[in-house]
Design a protein around this ligand. Structure first.
Ligand SMILES: [Fe+2]
Ligand SMILES: [Fe+2]
Length: 297
């Protein structure tokens, strides 16, 4: 008998999840590796302001939504993103305590989002949001489909990213549906938005990781070495983002819809354990353990 297909829920609002993001999280919590950790830190740092920008972009069209299900999903999307922002902001505190230039980097980022909202059309801002959601929706598959990918990662941080990945997958179609059915963004603008988003997200993540490594005290030569070995780990064949390749490209096809792709295979495990225990650490642990053995081929 075949296993029942995993059914993705509409976004479920879960609030006040407790993660222990204090000093017990090692400074280099990804495999005790400075580059790998600072790349994840750079990503984490982007979330609170990035998610506020996503919320703003969707809100610009909220009054025009007539479909009651989409209205409900937009409300849940906003609440999920707000919760993510709160959790990642707590982690920013820890980065500040480590002497990272969090406020300088966040000010630059806030100004960039402000500039986009002020100077670009609501349609482009919404399309950039939907494109960003396309990328974050792929985190669950990239990081958790195979156990080995997140093996050497601190369990608290692994659980934080697991919860965030689950909810990104649950709301992956919300901004897209507003863009497609309400703002009626055409295919060309949609394509442009993902290209812009991919370039900016990659460049700024690497820039922030670089600034943090500098603040860590790594000199120029060490930073060059860290980047030379780190870039293939990130973008190379067999790299951590490699599983994103095929689903990423689906965006460019006409008729694409995010929910045509099945959710990560062990999605139900996270949902069930969280429902039973209310403990995001247990849910994250079970979710990670239920990944396929080994790493992506
Ligand atoms: Fe999020
Ligand atoms: Fe999101």
């Amino acid at each position: 008998m075949n296993a029942p297909a995993t059914v993705l829920h509409n976004p479920i609002v879960r609030s006040k999840l407790q993660f222990h993001l204090g000093k017990q999280v090692p400074r280099y919590w990804v495999e005790n590796h400075p580059f790998r950790t600072r790349v994840f830190d750079a990503l984490s740092m982007t979330f609170p302001d990035g998610e506020r920008y996503f919320i703003e972009s969707v809100r610009l069209f909220r009054d025009q939504i007539t479909d009651p299900q989409l209205q409900t999903d937009v409300a849940s999307f906003i609440r999920q993103e707000a919760e993510h922002g709160i959790a990642h902001e707590r982690y920013n505190e820890l980065l500040r305590e480590q002497g990272m230039p969090v406020d300088r980097l966040l000010t630059q980022m806030k100004n960039r989002f402000k500039h986009l909202l002020k100077n670009e059309s609501p349609e482009l801002n919404l399309a950039i949001t939907a494109a960003s959601e396309h990328l974050t929706a792929l985190m669950a598959d990239c990081f958790y489909a195979y156990r080995e990918t997140m093996e050497g990662v601190d369990p608290q941080m692994r659980a934080l990213f697991a919860w965030h990945s689950i909810e990104e997958m649950e709301h992956r179609a919300v901004a897209f549906d507003v863009m497609d059915t309400v703002a009626q963004v055409d295919h060309r603008l949609r394509v442009r938005a993902l290209v812009i988003t991919s370039v900016l997200m990659s460049a700024f993540t690497l820039y922030r990781a670089h600034e943090m490594l500098k603040a860590d005290g790594f000199g120029v030569v060490d930073r060059v070495k860290l980047f030379a070995t780190g870039i293939p780990w990130l973008f190379g064949p067999g790299g951590i983002l490699a599983p994103m390749g095929k689903p990423y490209l689906k965006w460019f096809k006409r008729g694409f819809h995010p929910n045509d792709t099945p959710p990560v295979h062990q999605y139900d495990v996270w949902v069930k354990v969280y429902e039973e225990t209310g403990d995001p650490l247990k849910a994250g642990q079970a979710f990670w353990e239920a990944g396929y053995p080994g790493k992506p081929a």
